[in-house]
Design a protein around this ligand. Structure first.
Ligand SMILES: C[S@@+](CC[C@H](N)C(=O)[O-])C[C@H]1O[C@@H](n2cnc3c(N)ncnc32)[C@H](O)[C@@H]1O
Length: 451
């Protein structure tokens, strides 16, 4: 076990500082808070001059729920909050998830007084009963020190800026207990938007180009980067939930890390978007060299945009989200008709977990613009897509779609659809854009074959 003294044990003076991780004393866009008393889920704390955002409360709620589920199922919980800011997450993991021990670390030692004052609400304890400790090291340093001391953690929370997360993934995975949870954050909207493909390649091992569903690509890029790091160490990861929030933007993913291989690179591949027809597809590594779009655009190579390798599997585990919903209900965070933002988010995540849904989403504005019609309401469109073989698609039955035929002469399962928690007026689906256009036109009473 790493022996941490109550006072800052390692005063980190890097001999070879990594220029990418030296911005923790900068004040970014004035987001660093002036000290005032804050409250979250009934817990009071102060923020001092630390970087703190109210808008991240939902991300903290999700982390606390996951940590509590871990504690309930394993009967233990040690958390490393590697970039703790004012220490609010550490406090919540201690008070709400009943963590046995939390190591709160922030490279900026000027935050020490605020962190200590906030954590003081929990009796620190001594020896084996010690509940928390505070350090001020570069995140990689604290993770590596713990790993070298065989001091493993059940949940490691890395709430980092930009694409810094890619610097910490390997040391975090090394320091995680077997079957542990890694909660990672990126705020790199330029990379997800496809504006810095060379940087994205360096950070996440993925070449990312602009696509209409770039904020989902941001989550898939982050998970894909973790898949790559995990495989180097002989681990595989399972995304339990993925959460995009527009403020920042912020991309957060909770990953379960296990020993073993990702089977046949399943769910780690390429996503295409055809600028000509608007369709997007997924391709495996084995299909490299055969990537094309079935529309005429395939002859125009500039129309087809390819990004990858990215995570192309489900963004969330349906079973896990159900457990989170149950716990949130038990705690009174959701339910009783309160209809909170957290409830909406968790329910949308559950819908998005349908494994039939393809990567990305289709924006209704794009459908309307390609169809040259006013957009039908989102719900009407989704319901028509689900029933496409019954009410709208009799002329278009595609019997080769195995899902549409149960072998006993029954048709009509239609397309899978879900709203996206990422984009308001968009649909996640396995329906191609050409079909969406046809359905939207039929809904608006426009003849699909009219020129
Ligand atoms: C986004 S803030 C943390 C916010 C906090 N987790 C919360 O929920 O309120 C990031 C923090 O990381 C610290 N930091 C930046 N780079 C770091 C590094 N390389 N190692 C450790 N801490 C770092 C900064 O001082 C800052 O307090």
């Amino acid at each position: 076990m790493l022996t941490l003294s109550p006072k800052a044990p390692f005063l980190y003076k890097p001999q070879n500082p990594n220029p990418k991780t030296q911005h923790y004393k900068q004040h970014i866009n004035g987001i660093y808070c002036k000290s005032e008393l804050q409250s979250e889920r009934g817990l009071e704390f102060e923020t001092g001059e630390t970087f703190f955002r109210h808008e991240s409360a939902k991300g903290r709620d999700l982390g606390v729920l996951a940590a509590s589920l871990y504690n309930q199922s394993k009967g233990k919980l040690r958390v490393l909050d590697a970039l703790c800011g004012c220490g609010i997450r550490s406090l919540r993991y201690l008070m709400e998830s009943k963590a046995d021990f939390v190591l709160a670390n922030d490279a900026n030692d000027e935050h020490r007084r605020v962190i200590l004052d906030n954590l003081k609400r929990v009796d620190r304890g001594f020896g084996d009963e010690r509940k928390w400790a505070v350090t001020h090291l570069d995140a990689n340093r604290v993770l590596s020190e713990c790993y070298l001391q065989k001091d493993f953690f059940d949940l490691i929370d890395i709430d980092s800026f930009g694409s810094d997360i890619s610097l910490f993934l390997r040391s975090a995975m090394n320091t995680l207990s077997f079957d542990g949870l890694l909660y990672v954050t990126s705020t790199d909207g330029h990379s997800s938007g496809g504006h810095h493909p060379d940087h994205t390649l360096a950070a996440y091992g993925a070449y990312v180009r602009p696509m209409p569903f770039s904020n989902e690509v941001g989550l898939r890029m982050l998970i894909g980067g973790a898949v790559r790091e995990a495989s180097v160490l002989g681990y595989y990861i399972t995304p339990l939930f993925s959460y995009y929030s527009y403020h920042g933007p912020v991309f957060r993913v909770m990953l379960r890390v296990n020993r073993g291989k990702l089977l046949e690179n399943r769910h780690y591949g390429f996503i295409t978007y055809c600028n000509k027809c608007g369709d997007s597809q997924e391709f495996s590594w084995a299909e490299l060299g055969q990537i094309s779009c079935s529309c005429n655009g395939s002859h125009d190579s500039s129309a087809l945009v390819i990004s990858g390798p990215l995570w192309i599997g489900p963004l969330h585990s349906a079973a896990y989200i159900s457990e989170m919903i149950n716990l949130a209900e038990e705690w009174g965070w959701i339910g009783n008709g309160a209809d909170t933002d957290l409830e909406k988010l968790l329910k949308q995540m559950l819908d998005e977990s349908d494994p039939r849904l393809k990567s990305g989403y289709i924006k209704m504005d794009e459908v309307a613009s390609r169809a040259k019609i006013n957009s039908p309401p989102l719900r009407t469109m989704m319901s028509a897509m689900q029933k496409v073989y019954f009410s709208l698609g009799t002329l278009h039955r595609d019997l080769s779609r195995t899902r549409a035929h149960d072998g006993m002469g029954h048709y009509g399962k239609g397309y899978a659809t879900s709203r996206s928690h990422i984009a308001l007026n968009a649909i996640k689906t396995d329906c191609p854009m050409s079909e969406c256009i046809r359905i939207a036109k039929e809904l608006q009473g426009v003849n699909s074959f009219a020129v």
